[in-house]
Design a protein. Structure first.
Ligand code: UDP
Length: 297
């Protein structure tokens, strides 16, 4: 189920031949009806890129608040287990490093990312309340930066931004001095973590991400080496509210799920680059986000 506000049917084209697959085009922020029985509900609907939050802040707020409420209600009605996608963004600009699940975060509710961060925090609170009051089987995953094939080239996030720039022969744009850090998890590792958490009996929030931390400056160097581009690095202003560091503490996932990431960045980046190289000219040059000024203040 997807309203395709940031998604693309091309990404699931290969699934339509599967007789066990059905797709509903629907916005889960409005009442959700699904006929028949349900065993599991996985709520991943939400814009997930800082530029998207700026473009569609109200939809971003609604999908993790009203949308979560609808899906928790659906889970209750169907007696289904529900897993909701939360995010490292609930830690805001963290003052604890690496981030453990016990850390409560440092979030500006009215900053540009507040619409995402606060909706996801509300989602966690609502999900725990349904668990505690209604005994609903709930799971909460806090997802850290993830990448892989089928990301949107122009969604503004750093990996597709750098790879797109390298392929088009443009300079790589680093926001700020590039000393801010992120920790990138390859999508297959994330999916394995989601699956294990779903089947576990652990109802409190759990971090899933790759603790291999890197500065954005070093990351740009890796992309330059990977793509062989001879473009330069240019610096732009750091967007307001951009977290300075981010790295998951994954001890809980290791202990409780026996999970840890397996794919090294060098391998994951190569697979992702190979995917982006298959895009055609229109896909490479279409700019969904012409109004970058808003992001840069
Ligand atoms: N970033 C950058 N250049 C870009 C896009 C992003 O330097 O063209 C930086 C951004 O300021 C942030 C980091 O890369 O510090 C990761 O940004 P992204 O939008 O991928 O996700 P975030 O982790 O901030 O939600």
């Amino acid at each position: 189920m997807d309203n395709l506000i940031t998604g693309d049917l091309k990404n699931i084209e290969h699934l339509f031949k599967n007789p066990n697959f059905e797709f509903y085009r629907h916005d889960v922020s409005t009442f959700v009806h699904v006929p028949g029985e349900l065993d599991y509900i996985l709520h991943f609907a939400s814009p997930a890129s800082p530029i998207d939050y700026l473009k569609i802040p109200i939809q971003t707020l609604k999908v993790s608040s009203l949308g979560t409420h609808n899906l928790l209600g659906l889970a209750r009605a169907k007696n289904a287990r529900i897993l909701v996608a939360s995010t490292s963004e609930i830690y805001g600009n963290p003052l604890v490093h690496p981030q453990t699940e016990e850390y409560w975060g440092n979030v500006n509710p009215v900053g540009p990312r507040g619409v995402y961060d606060e909706a996801k925090r509300f989602q966690e609170a609502l999900t725990m309340a349904y668990h505690n009051i209604h005994g609903l089987e709930t799971r909460i995953i806090r997802i850290f930066n993830t990448y892989g094939p089928r990301m949107r080239l122009n969604d503004g996030r750093v990996l597709p931004a750098f790879i797109g720039q390298a392929i088009r022969g443009e300079d790589l744009t680093i926001f700020g001095d590039g000393s801010q850090t992120r920790s990138f998890c390859y999508v297959d590792d994330l999916v394995e973590g989601i699956y294990r958490l779903l089947l576990s009996d652990y109802a409190l929030p759990m971090n899933i991400g790759n603790p291999d931390e890197i500065s954005i400056l070093d990351f740009a160097d890796e992309i330059i080496k990977l793509t062989g581009t001879d473009q330069k690095i240019v610096h732009k202003e750091l967007p307001e509210g951009d977290p300075l560091m981010r790295k998951p503490d994954i001890s809980k996932a290791q202990e409780i799920l026996g999970w840890e990431p397996k794919v090294h960045r060098s391998e994951g980046l190569k697979i992702t680059y190979d995917y982006f190289k298959t895009l055609n000219h229109d896909q490479l040059y279409k700019s969904e986000h012409k109004n970058f000024e808003a992001y840069f203040r």
